[in-house]
Write a protein of this length. Structure first.
Length: 134
């Protein structure tokens, strides 16, 4: 029998990372999180958000450039393919940054804290709510 992973099934992996960090803040008393841990988590979250904005802008600019090229009478496929490669390279980088940030967040927590957080996440999934969606 497969154990429920809990949480919100409709959230993107980016949303899940940010919500997991938010859950740590929200349940810091139950998780017995120290100030030092909170400071580390805050730094990880801020760095992630900044990189998410940078990569999002790169993706958006690549989309604009692709559409601009498609409006031309003589379409340069080599240039468009290069722009598509840039766009998806930024998406890959963005996904890797999220995974790295998630791993860093987990390193900050003790095993007992991770277990408790997982229980809280699963409990939210049983109630079919998105943790801290309010």
């Amino acid at each position: 029998q497969k154990k429920s992973q809990g949480g919100c099934k409709s959230c993107s992996s980016e949303d899940k990372f940010l919500k997991k960090a938010k859950m740590v803040y929200y349940f810091q008393k139950e998780l017995e999180i120290t100030k030092e841990q909170l400071d580390k988590i805050k730094a990880i979250k801020i760095a992630y958000k900044k990189e998410k904005v940078r990569k999002g802008a790169e993706i958006d600019l690549a989309k604009i450039d692709i559409y601009a090229e498609l409006y031309e009478d003589d379409i340069d496929l080599e240039k468009i393919n290069s722009l598509i490669d840039q766009k998806y390279a930024a998406k890959i980088s963005k996904a890797k940054e999220m995974a790295e940030s998630y791993a860093e967040l987990k390193k900050v927590l003790t095993q007992a804290q991770k277990d408790k957080l997982k229980d809280l996440w699963v409990e939210a999934g049983k109630k079919k709510i998105c943790p801290l969606s309010k």
